[in-house]
Design a protein around this ligand. Structure first.
Ligand code: EPZ
Length: 439
């Protein structure tokens, strides 16, 4: 079983280049189904979630041509499939973004059938707002036996007014994709404003759509008959960049993080500054420096432009060694998204979780242990903690981490971290609970 082995306690130095945004890529690739022509996508992250989606599109009949490691040409002109075949179900059940295939197939063909989506397991993840939006566009949407079936009345979606009861990235994306070629005008209110929402809107518009207002809380779409091919470059990944910023805060050192949009990192930078981490913004980079003690702070996650929930585990890992008590409150996901706290406690962290908040009592240092990546961002938090900890940390189930981080081991090694990916059997649980004492 592949695991990461980290000999912690070494400050990080050097420069790291951020890859394309995972949550933009997993929206844009399914959206390409709507396009009759060649979509050239640049700055695509090399991660397992994009690999899976490209594989699914190939299976659906798209021409997929990798130009280089981060550039792909997709031609979905001849895609006719509005029902994902059984061979694809295992894959669509693994990734959250598979539900964007519903919006795309429905928008293109007037029909869609796929499995319920997968994704990180941190509590209930309903899709009622997706169904509300697609229904408003004139689709009959049914969920039966783990599948979603959608059919547009009269064969084509019609523009509509949609008010989202809850700010939802996924529902905003799904409705935007489906409405791009619906007949007439769609107005979606109370939408998500994340950078990847804006990126999808920019992609659709570069392919001939008419989407306005992305980044605000109201998106207006005039349906067009067809979308043509074109070239689009994805934005850099806000959360990957934030994860490297958190790693420098935890392990110490000085790192230049390049290929970022500092505006997207403002909430992360301001929190780290509260913790006495030095952040200097450049045009397309941030300089992060920490060589003194950390200061405690409190964090409450909110939809963008609030503090991102996908940075919550990583920041809790940093706060483990900030003197005093820090409170981390999860404001986006019910059930708190705190499963990783048990893994941090194996490393000596002092954290109590009460409902949606984690109370983090700073300790002098963390100690290496054998821990699990409970999900994508929880796994990233284990890397952050392992880099700061004294001794050796072994992280199991790293397949979760590789869903969303391109070459995380290589990038951290280039910053001087002693981290390697090894293939060895998992330890029996008993040893794991005893924690890992540095040899
Ligand atoms: C996206 O998930 C991201 N995933 C998540 O990132 C991220 O945590 C989340 O947005 C919030 O930013 C992808 O983009 C692939 P939501 P999504 O719909 O779309 C509730 C990562 O680490 N809700 O914005 O599933 C929901 O329960 C992943 O990259 C409904 O009630 O999230 C939650 O409380 C993990 N009904 C809140 O809204 C719905 O129909 C936000 O969910 C949809 C959502």
């Amino acid at each position: 079983m592949e695991k990461y082995v980290i000999h912690g306690g070494k400050p990080l130095h050097g420069q790291v280049d951020i890859s394309g945004a995972k949550n933009a890529a997993v929206a844009v690739i399914p959206a390409a189904i709507m396009v009759r022509g060649v979509c050239r996508l640049e700055n695509l992250p090399e991660i397992s979630d994009t690999d899976k989606l490209l594989h699914i599109l190939t299976y659906m009949g798209a021409q997929v041509r990798m130009i280089n490691r981060t550039t792909v040409e997709l031609d979905c002109t001849n895609v006719q499939m509005d029902t994902l075949p059984e061979e694809m179900w295992a894959m669509t059940r693994k990734i959250r973004a598979s539900y964007y295939l519903i919006g795309a197939m429905l928008g293109r063909f007037g029909r869609a059938r796929s499995t319920m989506p997968g994704g990180c397991n941190f509590g209930v993840r309903p899709i009622d707002q997706h169904i509300k939006g697609l229904t408003a566009l004139g689709a009959d949407v049914r969920m039966t036996g783990g599948f979603i079936n959608a059919t547009a009345k009269n064969g084509r979606l019609r523009g509509a007014m949609v008010y989202l009861d809850k700010v939802s990235v996924g529902a905003t994306i799904n409705i935007m994709i489906a409405a791009a070629t619906a007949e007439g005008r769609t107005v979606i209110e109370n939408v998500a404003r994340e950078p990847h929402i804006v990126d999808l809107a920019n992609f659709l518009n570069s392919m001939g759509a008419d989407v306005r207002g992305a980044g605000t809380d109201v998106i207006k779409i005039r349906g067009v008959k067809t979308l043509h091919g074109g070239t689009y470059t994805l934005i850099p990944d806000q959360i990957e960049a934030g994860t490297y910023m958190a790693a420098v805060a935890a392990a110490g050192g000085a790192v230049k993080i390049t290929n970022v949009i500092p505006k997207h990192l403002e909430c992360i930078s301001s929190k780290l500054r509260e913790m006495d981490v030095e952040i200097e913004d450049g045009d397309d980079y941030v300089l992060v420096r920490r060589d003194g003690p950390l200061h405690q702070t409190n964090i409450k996650t909110k939809p963008y432009p609030g503090f991102p929930t996908d940075m919550q585990p990583q920041m809790t890992a940093v706060l483990c060694c900030a003197p005093g008590v820090s409170v981390v409150t999860e404001g986006v996901w019910n059930g708190g998204r705190f499963k990783y706290v048990a893994e941090l406690k194996k490393m000596g962290a002092s954290i109590e979780v009460d409902d949606q908040s984690a109370f983090v009592q700073g300790v002098d240092h963390l100690t290496g242990a054998t821990v699990k990546a409970c999900d994508l961002r929880a796994g990233a938090a284990m890397v952050v903690a392992g880099l700061a900890a004294e001794g050796v940390t072994k992280i199991e189930d790293v397949v979760y981490i590789e869903r969303g981080y391109q070459d995380i081991v290589g990038k951290f090694r280039a910053l001087g971290a002693d981290i390697a990916c090894v293939d060895e059997p998992d330890e029996p649980d008993a040893e794991r609970s005893a924690g890992w004492v540095a040899g």
